[in-house]
Write a protein of this length. Structure first.
Length: 247
């Protein structure tokens, strides 16, 4: 039996069998400078005003008073010490467990200092603009040593709860609660979710289960500053040789 295929069908089959692909040969662009901002939409401005006023008020709310300027430095700085203390204490409260050590990657601290005087919510947003979450892990000592070696190779990170020295880009003389680091023991440590997920080359932590509740690192800072203010304590910190270079 003969089958007749119409010409339109043949044309469709031919077109469908042709797969065209295009590759850009060049990219051209031009810069335009906006000189005049244009007229303000008063309706939108009026609609947004209550929200902008609320944000402005919140950002300018003073939550503490800095007795001295806090500075970001490596291997150790007063700003890093204070913020690491904040993370350690507030994480222990939120997770309701003893925390052995808390760490902050220097790149996550975006301000070089907090000036002496009133500290506002906006200042904390400047220090920590990212929505990183507080993450708790129970880490075996040998993995913790590997992590500390990485921080040593990067020039030292802000830390609370332990002390260490840097020698040949490795962490040595590590003490936790004034006891040498035990490679076979387990320690509760706190980082941000960015770090425990392998950020900043911290791949050794990725396989370790982490407890993350949605508590922001920035909120931990705000809570700690506010807590000290309510207790009548000023914000201050000093160099304590938490991280130092071996002689």
């Amino acid at each position: 039996m003969k089958r007749n295929i119409s010409v339109p069908v043949l044309i469709f089959i031919f077109i469908a069998s042709c797969q065209l692909s295009y590759q850009p040969q060049s990219v051209q662009y031009a810069d335009y400078r906006i000189k005049n901002p244009g007229e303000t939409d008063t309706g939108i401005a009026a609609f947004l005003k209550p929200y902008s006023d609320s944000v402005h008020k919140s950002m300018h709310t003073v939550i503490a008073v800095a007795e001295t300027a806090l500075q970001k430095k490596q291997p150790e700085g007063t700003l890093g010490n204070f913020l690491a203390d904040a993370l350690l204490e507030m994480a222990a409260e939120k997770f309701n467990v003893p925390v052995d050590a808390a760490f902050l990657n220097p790149g996550g601290i975006r301000m070089a200092y907090i000036a002496k005087g009133p500290v506002s919510v906006g200042n904390i947003y400047e220090v920590m603009p990212f929505d990183n979450l507080v993450a708790l892990q129970q880490v075996k000592g040998n993995i913790l040593q590997e992590f500390l070696d990485l921080t040593a190779a990067k020039g030292g990170w802000p830390v609370a709860g332990l002390t260490m020295k840097i020698k040949d880009n490795k962490a040595t003389d590590v003490l936790i609660e004034e006891k040498p680091l035990n490679a076979n023991a387990y320690y509760n440590i706190v980082n941000s979710d960015y770090i425990v997920n392998g950020g900043d080359n911290c791949d050794m932590l990725k396989a370790v289960p982490a407890t993350i509740t949605g508590y922001l690192v920035r909120d931990a800072f705000i809570d700690y500053f506010s807590k000290r203010n309510k207790a009548g304590k000023e914000v201050n910190a000093k160099i304590e040789n938490r991280v130092s270079y071996a002689q």
